[in-house]
Structures are given as structure tokens and as C-alpha cells.
Design a protein around this ligand. Structure first.
Ligand SMILES: O=C1O[C@H](COP(=O)(O)O)[C@@H](O)[C@H](O)[C@H]1O
Length: 236
């Protein structure tokens, strides 16, 4: 386990730096393997970085063979305001990337869980980069503390790439079942970034750094994973 902490004066600086990191990971993957695979968190914090990345890719022709997968998704229809895949499709519109959903178009949780398993079976290679966010309750992706499926989502030896998670209680701002990549799948990556903003989240992060109990604070599962180097990007 290792952490590299990057503090920025503001969200714009965080976005620019994270976009540069992701672009570099993608360009290296394209140069060596001819394709790139990223997993991208939902939520508000990383969106400016994705917009900066999309601008780069619109300005530079030819970044094809790039696949983007959400780290987690709310079980809502794809045109719903809370849909992470809708957000990614809007942001990366006009670029040559392919965006895979973790859910069926109608967002049905049971069908979506099966759909995600089948889709991810076609993407078994390590991610070139993963971007995680973190909630105020220390959830990451949709690995929520207290969810009935959390143990399965945290199991380091699981063969599952993704699973349904029912947050308990449901978050008021997005009260939906989720499909989340498992911690094991998230950790199968060449680069791991955690983006967060504000003093409150910095305090939650500090608690998770000090205590490896991932049932209490699921983000601890990646912070304390034996082989992982987590790049932590923070701005006020
Ligand atoms: O529910 C979610 O929240 C977290 C954090 O989001 P933010 O808006 O506080 O940045 C996010 O990482 C996760 O992907 C998302 O589904």
C-alpha cells in the first residue's frame, strides 16, 4: 500500500492535472497495446477533469480504441439526470471513445447486474487507469458502508467484476440501487486515482488512512490494498 498525495489550490488545477494524468495513461496504452481502458467515477468532483480530457481528445484527432466504463452506476434509465453513463456520454460526445454502461437502458437492477457481468467479461484486461471518488460516508464507487452486499464487493478473492449494491439507507440525493465494480476489479489497474474536494472529505480520508477497516469506511479497501499505489488528488 502506498499513497501519493497531490494538493491543488482549486478545482480547476485538480481537473487539469488529473486530465493530464489520464491522457498520458491512455497515450501510453495506445502506443504499447493499441487500445486503452479506463474506469471513471460518477459524482460531481471528477467531472471538470473529464471535460478537460474530452476537450483534449476533440482537439487531437484519432484517439480511437478507448473504452470508458463507469466505476459504478445508479439503477435508473440512461436518460435519467442521475445516470452516470448519461453524464459520460454527454461529456465525451464528439470524441471517438466508446462508453460502456453497467446497466440496461431501463435501469432494472437485476437485469443490469447480469448485463454488467456479461459486458465486463469482454474487458478482462487491467484498466489503464481508474478514477475513484469518495462520498462523505467514505463510500467509493458504490461500495457503501452497511450495504448488505458490501462483504461480497470487498472480497479480495471474488471472481465477480461487478455486483448490485443496495445502499442502506439510500442516499437522499440519489436514492437508487447501484451496480458497482468490486474492489478487486477496481484494483486491477495500472494507475489508481482518488479525487476529492473539501475539508470534510479530507477528514474522512484521514480517518480511512488511519484505519484499514473497509466495512466502516469502504475507501479503506483501496487505500490499504497491499499492492496499490493510490494517487490522491485534493482541492479545497
Ligand atoms: O454516489 C456517488 O458518489 C461518489 C462521490 O460523489 P461526489 O459527487 O461527492 O464527487 C462517487 O464517487 C460515486 O461514483 C457516485 O456514484
Amino acid at each position: 500500500m502506498a499513497w501519493v498525495e497531490h494538493a491543488y489550490p482549486d478545482g480547476d488545477a485538480l481537473a487539469a492535472a488529473l486530465a493530464r494524468e489520464l491522457d498520458a495513461a491512455v497515450q501510453a496504452a495506445l502506443a504499447t497495446r493499441g487500445r486503452a481502458l479506463l474506469a471513471l467515477a460518477g459524482g460531481r468532483t471528477p467531472l471538470p477533469a473529464y471535460r478537460a480530457l474530452a476537450r483534449r481528445w476533440r482537439d487531437t484527432p484519432g484517439p480511437a480504441h478507448i473504452v470508458l466504463i463507469p466505476t459504478d452506476e445508479r439503477c435508473v434509465p440512461h436518460d435519467h439526470p442521475s445516470s452516470n453513463v448519461r453524464e459520460l456520454r454527454e461529456i465525451f460526445g464528439g470524441t471517438a471513445v466508446r462508453i460502456e454502461a453497467l446497466t440496461t437502458h431501463d435501469g432494472d437492477p437485476a437485469r443490469s447486474e447480469r448485463y454488467a457481468a456479461a459486458m465486463l467479461a469482454g474487458h478482462k484486461e487491467p484498466f489503464d487507469a481508474v478514477v475513484l471518488g469518495m462520498g462523505g460516508d467514505a463510500h467509493t464507487a458504490s461500495l457503501f458502508p452497511n450495504a448488505g452486499q458490501l462483504a461480497a464487493g470487498l472480497d479480495p478473492s471474488t471472481t465477480l467484476d461487478a455486483l448490485r449494491i443496495d445502499p442502506d439507507p439510500l442516499p437522499v440525493e440519489a436514492p437508487f440501487a447501484r451496480i458497482s465494480l468490486t474492489a478487486a476489479r477496481l484494483l486491477r489497474t495500472r494507475a489508481l486515482h482518488l479525487a476529492l474536494a473539501g475539508d470534510a472529505k479530507r477528514d474522512v480520508l484521514a480517518a480511512a488512512m488511519a484505519d484499514p477497516d473497509a466495512f466502516e469506511r469502504p475507501v479503506a479497501a483501496v487505500l490499504h490494498a497491499p499492492e496499490a499505489t493510490v494517487h490522491i488528488h485534493w482541492s479545497p
